[in-house]
Design a protein around this ligand. Structure first.
Ligand code: BDP
Length: 695
């Protein structure tokens, strides 16, 4: 069908509000150019060609307008930042120009003002971590299989379709400023460093490069033994160090801009320097020395904990604080946002701001392992905003996590942020249409860590759902969306997104509860799960500690004293049950069931109301979504509608399971105005067991 016929056709389709089905593959990059543009650029490079092509394809400004792309140093522009104006984009680097182009086009499409302004990135390295295994499966992936690796011998082949997909992937990342990809799981197979896999890595890197994306790999610390035939992987052994040096040299001969290594060591069964009586610093520094001549980095994860008597929430801090100042300057410690593990809500990890002589980077989880996977609609930017804006008080008031990690407070040699990717081979990349917003939000926050989750949601909805073919909704001249669309679509959908994470916290683990998930798959509730012989710190009762007296983990001085790892005034505030924020109450305190909350309710009633509210919130999301049907194409509409229905059923299961289970201890009645459970506890426990057997 010719473009013209499609246009006429879609016009009639639009009139009847039956928008063309969309499979979501185009993500937030659906904008089509409506007008021609005159692009001037004196320099040539693959990246600049992409920039010019993007402008020509997507231009929604005035017809035949002139736009100049200028690669020229300017002190106000940092790293790969840019200066943007209506008719000119200037940057120090080619990739800076491409970022400027994407910014300009986003502003055209979302109707944001375009005035002369310098935009610099908050973090130097903005990286996706793919937990992709070399057999094509993805650890904690809920959107199909790996786009990089495949099962069997096929894992090493590269097809035209692969390259096309990698290019689309690179483009999507570049459009939101992501500039690095770790291509394999942190639970790394040593095979990734064999010649065949490095050859394939090179092919991927070649496709990602023009989009400014550097390639990184996760490595297995025991590689010298497993694939190198050495007797040890001791980081202080000279043969081991030499083996890594040779390996790094081999990598750089294939991939000259290789980013470096990501390492999970001595964690959850992975090998590490402690196997040889060495410290994390010994291990990280040995790798750093191998990478340093080539400008490579080591991202060394702080996610380490052992089945010891020490509270798991304290262990990363205990392990890493004594090593502060001992790391090479091309090592950066990668710390998960919370002290335990990507829970629906955690206070920030006390390592942020505390390690003052070491570069530290946050690790966020985009894939919704603990937040409903690809079934639940949970917009994560609100969680990340809460985290980035948390005040650590490490250098006085205002020492937010954002400031402690982006170089504005400490002179870090390198700054970075990582997000565990939620993408896979599904046609819409992320499984849930709204999960795309989390990929988008991660990129936007990595670029600018002071953006609000509301602004990001606003942008994303406009780019993802508006009919921006230029023929209707948007007034091209003024870039203004129709008031009807804004009031009846944008506003309610945005509100739903902004409420969605708190709703999930409510129906999963309110008031500071954490880690009460079903074992293994981490999808549903499992507060009862504690078989004999299983590590205690992998069982929910270790975390909720419900008993006849009360519920919660005492992390004050009378308990594990994890509060002592926080700076004042947080320490005192968290320690006192009267001043501890309700959202962290049971994270820091074990309190009696009839403890009186700030609003005068008992703790038990408050818990009941939170679970009840969570379910009701999801029911509201269902209504919201039904009401916007006429603004969404039928494919994405029914996909989201079906998923919301399932989310609602699951939220009910969460509420019933947790409240019926905890009531065995509280022995208190449900408050009268709470909706009653509709499931039996015994059935839910049975189903939970079956879900693991099926796996
Ligand atoms: C946990 C995941 C596990 C990861 C681990 C990690 O359940 O699959 O390997 O984090 O981050 O949350 O290393």
């Amino acid at each position: 069908m010719s473009r013209k016929i499609i246009t006429i056709f879609s016009f009639f389709v639009l009139l009847s509000f039956d928008l063309q089905a969309e499979d979501g593959h185009d993500l937030w990059l659906r904008g089509k150019g409506t007008n021609s543009v005159n692009v001037i650029c004196s320099k040539k490079s693959p990246t600049l060609s992409i920039a010019m092509q993007e402008l020509r394809q997507g231009w929604q400004g005035k017809t035949n307008e002139k736009i100049e792309l200028v690669v020229k140093s300017d002190k106000a522009i940092k790293g790969d930042g840019f200066r943007i104006g209506k008719n000119r984009i200037q940057a120090n680097t080619d990739i800076g120009i491409l970022y400027g182009v994407y910014e300009l086009m986003r502003r055209q499409q979302t109707g944001e003002n375009i005035y002369e302004e310098v935009c610099n990135p908050s973090y130097e390295r903005r990286i996706l971590n793919h937990w992709d295994n070399l057999d094509g499966t993805i650890e904690r992936g809920y959107a199909g299989s790996s786009i990089f690796w495949r099962k069997g011998k096929d894992s090493l082949t590269v097809t035209y379709t692969d390259k096309q997909l990698w290019q689309e992937y690179a483009r999507a990342n570049a459009s939101i400023g992501i500039n690095g990809s770790v291509l394999n799981n942190v639970n790394a197979s040593p095979a990734i460093l064999t010649a065949d896999y490095l050859k394939k890595t090179k092919e991927i890197a070649d496709v990602l490069r023009p989009y400014g994306i550097r390639t990184y790999l996760s490595v297995n610390f025991a590689s010298p033994q497993v694939i190198g035939g050495l007797k040890t992987s001791d980081p202080l052994n000279s043969e081991v160090a030499q083996w890594w040096k040779n390996k790094v040299k081999e990598i750089y001969s294939l991939i000259p801009d290789f980013g470096g290594f990501l390492v999970k060591a001595n964690s959850e069964g992975q090998p590490g320097p402690q196997d040889f009586g060495r410290t994390h610093a010994d291990g990280a520094n040995m790798l750093a020395d191998a990478l340093s001549p080539f400008g490579g980095m080591v991202m060394w994860r702080a996610f380490v904990y052992n089945p010891s008597d020490e509270d798991r929430a304290k262990q990363a801090y205990s392990e890493f604080m004594p090593l502060d100042g001992q790391f090479r300057d091309n090592v950066i410690i990668q710390v998960k946002n919370g002290p335990i593990d990507f829970q629906p809500r955690e206070p920030f990890s006390p390592l942020f701001g505390a390690m003052k002589k070491t570069s530290v980077m946050p690790e966020l989880q985009i894939t919704q392992e603990y937040l409903g996977q690809s079934v639940h609609l949970v917009y994560l930017a609100t969680m990340w905003e809460e985290f980035l804006k948390s005040d650590t008080y490490q250098e006085g008031k205002g020492s937010t996590v954002a400031c402690c990690t982006d170089g504005s407070l400490f002179p870090q040699k390198h700054t970075a942020i990582a997000g565990v990717s939620n993408i896979g081979s599904d046609v819409n990349w992320c499984g849930h249409p709204f999960a795309q917003s989390n990929w988008y939000a991660f990129g936007r926050l990595a670029w600018n860590n002071s953006l609000s989750s509301e602004q990001i949601a606003d942008e994303w909805i406009k780019l993802t759902f508006s009919d921006n073919s230029g023929e209707s909704e948007i007034d091209v001249e003024n870039s203004i969306y129709s008031p009807d669309w804004q009031v009846n679509f944008l506003q309610p959908v945005k509100q739903m997104m902004l409420n969605s994470r708190e709703a999930a916290v409510n129906y999963m683990m309110p008031l500071g509860l954490h880690h009460i998930f079903a074992a293994d798959h981490h999808y549903g509730p499992g507060p009862w799960w504690a078989p004999t012989g299983v590590r205690k710190d992998w069982t929910p009762p270790y975390y909720h500690k419900a008993d006849s007296i009360g519920i919660g983990f005492d992390r004050t001085a009378t308990g594990s004293n994890a509060v002592s790892q926080y700076q004042e005034p947080l320490q005192s505030m968290f320690s006192n049950s009267q001043t501890c924020p309700d959202i962290y109450l049971l994270w820091f305190h074990h309190l009696p069931w009839n403890f009186i909350m700030k609003d005068g309710q008992t703790l038990w009633d408050e818990l009941c109301y939170h679970y009840d509210k969570g379910v009701r919130q999801v029911r509201e999301f269902q209504k919201t979504w039904d009401q916007v049907q006429r603004y969404v194409d039928s494919e994405r509409f029914s996909q989201v509608q079906t998923k919301l229905r399932e989310q609602c059923m699951n939220a009910q299961v969460w509420k019933d399971a947790c409240l019926l289970y905890f009531r065995q201890f509280s022995k208190m009645p449900f408050p009268n105005d709470m909706e009653r459970p509709v499931n039996n506890l015994e059935d839910l426990i049975k189903k939970d067991e079956q879900s693991r057997k099926i796996k």
